[in-house]
Design a protein around this ligand. Structure first.
Ligand code: LLP
Length: 423
């Protein structure tokens, strides 16, 4: 259940007609519902209420400051993977003690800044990274809190591009490395081992691999505790899948029960890094039909949104529901491909959809775009990135304006004006 719905045959976001937004903001545009975002945050926290838990929203899923601010206000921390995301979280009012920094390739400047800010932990993914953090902490005269990220070599049974729990991927540390690294940390005054972490993938629909990873992580935490390491948390990452079409993701309560069941015996606080499950179904991409084109074998509905606005169909073969703004269309039903204007055959938003053939100017909403939609958008084909709109009841606000061609061309024009190359 979310807050995109039809009234009298027209699509609304909460109490705002999508047609009104399209007219006032233009298309394509991302539209988010605050009510759904809040509900997802609250349901997530309620599901984990039985155990001390800090959910840290994965900023990569939706990095908009207004969205982050709402999520942080629900008692979430944030999971970051870059300096940019750190600055976003801080700008949105994050508490540094509720921030975790993930990623296999944190740069020295990123680590240095994070050390100055004072995060809850760095999720460490390699011995080389641990050494770098130690050096930079020494230089800064601070103690770096680190969590070792376990790669449990578990198949999360999701799209291979977003599965991260196998040894064939670049993520995490093999189990066998943990004891020696923990000892290494304990002997270094610049480092403090505060926890263990794990994240086996995204859009996971089967609870078994998540439960298995949680048990393995808890087991490792117990071993380290027994060896005298004073951990304060285990971080089970994100990855819970959502329904885009007819998927049956695990219920939040079952997910929580499995994770808490594994972690509770350790007595440690549970950290999580949910992204998609919070934001995914809280947003749509609103697009307008430019024209309809028929070839001998296909009917193409050419939208003003394209793969640069939403790359998930092209990149992961992801399926997003595409629904008309008005159910009152009178066109004949046909099987159509929804595509954008970008010059690639891979530029599609939905294939083989049975719809009433629309007219130029008609609006469609592409569902499930609140996570990994705007945050993955590009300017390919010199298409300015679409704006983001946040709706609350019958009110709305543009929380990121549409980029202009000046935004895109300005810096390059200035470079041209600067004259010839120099050495
Ligand atoms: N923690 C870590 C360390 C991660 O790498 C990720 C996602 C998350 C948490 C959040 O996972 P979530 O709860 O959202 O599944 N662009 C892809 C998804 C990439 C996920 C990358 N890591 C997509 O559009 O499906």
């Amino acid at each position: 259940l979310d807050h995109f719905l039809y009234r009298d045959g027209h699509a609304f976001c909460e109490d705002v007609p999508l047609a009104t937004l399209a007219e006032k903001v233009g298309t394509p545009a991302y539209v988010y519902t605050r009510a759904t975002l809040r509900r997802h945050c609250r349901e997530f926290r309620r599901a984990f209420a039985a155990h001390p838990t800090l959910p840290c929203f994965a900023v990569k899923a939706n990095s908009n400051l207004a969205v982050l601010k709402d999520i942080l206000a629900e008692g979430f921390g944030a999971d970051l993977v870059s300096l940019g995301e750190l600055e976003r979280a801080l700008a949105a009012g994050a508490r540094p003690a509720e921030l975790v920094f993930s990623g296999v390739g944190k740069r020295p400047d990123e680590i240095a800044r994070a050390l100055r800010v004072g995060l809850l932990s760095f999720n460490v993914e390699s011995p080389a990274e641990l050494e770098l953090i130690a050096t930079l902490a020494g230089e800064a005269g601070v103690v770096a809190p680190v969590a070792l990220r376990l790669n449990p070599d578990i198949d999360a049974k999701t799209n291979e591009k977003i599965a991260t729990g196998l040894y064939t991927t670049k993520f995490g540390l093999p189990e066998g490395d943990l004891p020696a690294l923990a000892t290494r940390i304990a002997q270094d005054k610049r480092l403090s081992l505060v926890g263990l972490a794990c994240h086996i993938g995204s859009q996971i629909l089967d609870i078994a691999p998540l439960a298995k990873a949680a048990s393995r992580l808890a087991e490792q935490a117990q071993t380290l505790k027994t060896a005298g390491h004073r951990l304060s948390f285990v971080n089970m990452g994100g990855g819970l899948g959502i329904r885009y079409r007819d998927e049956k993701p695990p219920a939040l309560d079952d997910y929580a029960r499995a994770l808490i069941g594994a972690v509770a015996p350790t007595g440690l606080r549970l950290l999580l890094e949910p992204g998609r499950v919070v934001a995914g179904n809280a947003g749509i991409l609103l697009a307008r039909v430019i024209l309809v084109k028929r070839t001998p074998v296909r009917t193409f509905i050419i939208l003003d949104a394209a793969m640069n606005d939403l790359i998930r169909p092209s990149l992961y073969d992801a399926w997003h529901a595409i629904e008309p703004e008005s159910t009152k269309g009178t066109g004949a039903e046909a099987v159509c491909d929804f595509v954008g204007p970008v010059c690639e055959t891979g530029d599609y938003l939905g294939k083989e959809r049975r719809v009433k053939i629309p007219a130029a100017g008609d609006l469609f909403m592409i569902r499930g775009c609140g996570a990994y939609g705007a945050s993955m958008a590009s300017q390919y084909n010199t298409r300015p990135r679409a704006p983001e709109v946040l709706v609350d009841g019958d009110r709305w606000q543009i929380v990121r304006p549409r980029e202009t061609l000046d935004d895109l061309l300005g810096p390059e024009r200035a470079a041209l004006a600067e004259g010839p190359l120099t050495s």
